[in-house]
Design a binder for this molecule. Sequence first.
Ligand code: PMP
Length: 325
Amino acid sequence: MDTRPGFAGVIGNTPLIRMETLSRETGCEILGKAEFMNPGGSVKDRAAAWIVREHERSGALKAGGTVVEGTAGNTGIGLVHVCNARGYRTVIYMPDNQSREKVDLLRTLGAEVRVVKTVPYADEMNYQKQAGRYAASIPGGVWANQFDNTANALSHYESTGPEIWAQTNGKLDAFTCAVGTGGTIAGISRYLKEQSPAPRVVLADPHGSALFNWVTTGEAKMTPGPSITEGIGNSRVTQNLAGALIDDAVQIPDPDMVRMVYRMLREDGWFFGSSTGINLCAAVKIAEQMGPGHTIVTILCDGGHKYQSTLYNPDFLTKRNLATG
Ligand code: PMP
């Protein structure tokens, strides 16, 4: 028999996919780690599983306990799945600028969702801070705290990084991905650079984020936005991101990201979300900088299903002057 133990047992060990059109065009091997194939549908399943496990190990999370998080999407989805399977309640705080589909999906899965006013991080009523306070105020409550809880980066150091190293036989020239919490880039970059100094690690940033400037100038200064991407970009350097080993950054405009996801759909059959579009654009840019014959790995973060009212809605794109081809 070849079986896996329940929901958490299916997280990780995702395929590393050769992106056919992009590899052919660049003369490089452009490889995507298929995180959309995790059981909750995104790269955040790993962080959710590790965060819950860490709270169990520390003794803070016990049978019948509640996991609270401030999240606009994938981490909440991963957490509800993992918590349902382990008998915990999930309470999610979300800013009120997020799509209806995300609130509905989280409620369908079984989370208690509290939609709160969208205010900057510095404000005490910010959704993340409200989540932290609520967790501390209830018996048996823990705050997942994905931005600054380094169990998030550890999930990628212990699973995604080693998987990529093994799947490429250690033969990779560059790794690139976009950053939300920084867990993915921190965990993977630390693991890869412990094996070899060779892989170049490049942060891919959308517009309207401070991380491109942080990497290239040392100052986390916002670039002009907006961007329709979701789950990526940040105005601050989180505890997770602070542990990343990054060599360079590229900035990807939304029009390039939109053309990329539609090309992948029409030419290669893939249905990706916006952060994956940013990642693939960055991989191509790095391939062009390095020249043919190099192996570049990136993350295929999630599928397009959650973005049908935005990225895959012709009216939404037209209003923002974004073309699909
Ligand atoms: N892509 C998507 C779709 C996400 O939801 C996230 C997480 N916010 C990321 C990329 C970024 O991953 P990380 O938080 O590990 O930086």
